[in-house]
Write a protein that binds this ligand. Structure first.
Ligand SMILES: [Zn+2]
Length: 474
């Protein structure tokens, strides 16, 4: 069983055990044989039984797939996606619905949330029947919901894929085998992947549920005494008093004091007096290209990255399958033949990874071309939009600023005894002090080669970009 493992790991590839998510790599093979054995025994222990079952189910689906590939017509009861119809055994795209699918994806890439899209459709539905909900009879919903929009967003059928599933009684719905390309493609793979990217998700979450992104600190704001979250209270609405001054009744309080009564920190912090100095000190450094609109002239390169990422993922999956087959062969000759295949797949996977790195580099280079002056201009544009009277513009700007701050800020401690908020950045790159009277101090701790202990790869990316930005500004 271990015969193929050495050479494969030697290529620098890693293997993830599907069941447990454990990673086997070359380092483990050389330094931690005991650990490796434990992982392998758990991973392959019950393998024989499930293999037999999988073979039976797999064979049935393979037959089905072969038939489809040979041009056989699907059964009439085949549940095809709602934007398609079966006519004489062929799929026909319903043009009006195709438009809706495309709008859903376009909205998502613009950073418009699922709920908002659903609301938009419900509004349009009142005057335009093209926006009616889908489904037939009892299954036809009355209104669009965020959940339904979300299901369309992550349905591979928009790319043309049909994924067969098993759904045993009382059991969990599980995909069987690989998806088959049988439907017309409405959305290309790169767009699909971008729309389903985790980073975008995080950005959307940072926007909060309401339309007003009032508290840019979110969960990063902490009580300096007890560490509990600082809650925003009052109304974020800006009022103008008789003297024509802008005024906001919006404060941050320790939730340990206000809610659980476990903390003595009863002081209310005027939100605006903290936000403004923080944005002054940090926004220009915190905002990176990815926080601006997609339309920065790099959309194509960005799509290329998503396409390459998908290719790399596919190649890795093919390699994994080849390895699984290799693991099950008892016949020596067949094993040798399979070993050749594994080698090929390994090379393909390595090549796909290299292509991905290249695509990422191309994008980074192109984005790096934004001059520091241009960057400053874009950030001040966002700052301006944050004060805009148009709620949509304000929302877009504030959610971008929030996403940027949430990326870079590790935490903000509110110390009532000293009257200072201490904002620490990820990887200890800087510390910002904001006094209650609005005075602000920025302590730059950037070291060019900083690698943060314990930072995830995503965090390290944020740190690297921040350092790049800092060097350019200097
Ligand atoms: Zn507290």
């Amino acid at each position: 069983m271990l015969g193929w493992l050495g050479p494969v790991l030697g290529l620098g590839l890693t293997i993830e055990v599907a069941k447990s998510g454990q990673i086997i790599d070359h380092d483990m093979m050389t330094n931690n044989i005991a650990g490796l054995m434990t992982v392998l025994i758990t991973a392959f222990g019950s393998h024989h039984e499930s293999k037999k079952k999988a073979e039976r189910v797999g064979a049935a689906w393979q037959q089905k797939r072969d038939k489809l590939a040979a041009g056989e017509v699907l059964p009439a009861k085949h549940h095809c996606p709602h934007w398609l119809e079966i006519e004489n055994g062929a799929f026909v795209v319903l043009k009006e619905r195709e438009r809706l699918v495309k709008m859903i994806f376009a909205n998502r890439l613009k950073g418009i949330g699922k709920e908002t899209t659903a609301r938009q459709f419900n509004e349009l539905m009142k005057t335009d029947p093209a926006f009616n909900t889908w489904g037939r009879g009892k299954r036809k919903a009355k209104y669009w919901t965020g959940t339904y929009v979300g299901r369309i967003l992550n349905n591979p059928a928009v790319m043309g894929y049909w994924q067969p599933h098993t759904h045993p009684r009382g059991g969990e719905r599980k995909p069987i085998g690989e998806p088959v390309m049988i439907y017309p493609q409405l959305i290309d793979r790169a767009t699909f992947d971008k729309a389903n990217d985790g980073r975008l998700d995080a950005q959307m979450r940072a926007q909060g549920k309401g339309r007003a992104v009032s508290n840019l600190f979110g969960p990063k704001a902490r009580c300096g005494r007890c560490g509990a979250k600082m809650d925003a209270m009052g109304s974020a609405r800006v009022r103008i008093n008789k003297k024509g001054e802008k005024h906001q009744h919006y404060f941050l309080y320790c939730s340990g004091n206000k809610r659980t009564k476990t903390c003595d920190h009863s002081l209310g912090w005027s939100y605006q007096r903290i936000e403004t100095p923080l944005l002054d000190a940090l926004l220009e450094r915190a905002m990176d290209d990815q926080h601006f609109a997609v339309d920065d002239g790099c959309a194509e390169l960005e799509m290329a990255v998503f396409a390459a990422r998908r290719d790399a993922k596919d190649a890795a999956a093919r390699l994994k399958r080849a390895l699984m087959v290799a693991n099950n062969i008892d016949d020596e000759e067949a094993a040798e033949a399979q070993a050749v295949i594994v080698g090929e797949r390994g090379k393909e996977s390595t090549a796909a990874k290299a292509a991905l790195e290249q695509a990422e580099e191309n994008l980074a280079t192109a984005r790096g071309k934004v001059s520091p002056a241009e960057h400053v201009r874009r950030v001040s544009e966002i700052r301006g939009m944050m004060e805009n009277d148009d709620p949509e513009e304000r929302y877009q700007a504030r959610s971008r600023a929030k996403a940027a701050l949430q990326d870079i800020v590790e935490r903000a401690d509110f110390d009532d005894r000293r009257g200072i908020v201490t904002v620490r950045l990820l990887g200890e790159m800087a510390v910002i002090h904001i006094w209650r009277n609005g005075r602000v101090g920025y302590l730059d701790l950037v070291h060019p080669q900083r690698k943060s202990v314990g930072a995830s790869s995503e965090q390290q990316e944020v740190i690297d970009r921040f350092i790049r930005r800092n060097q350019k500004a200097a």
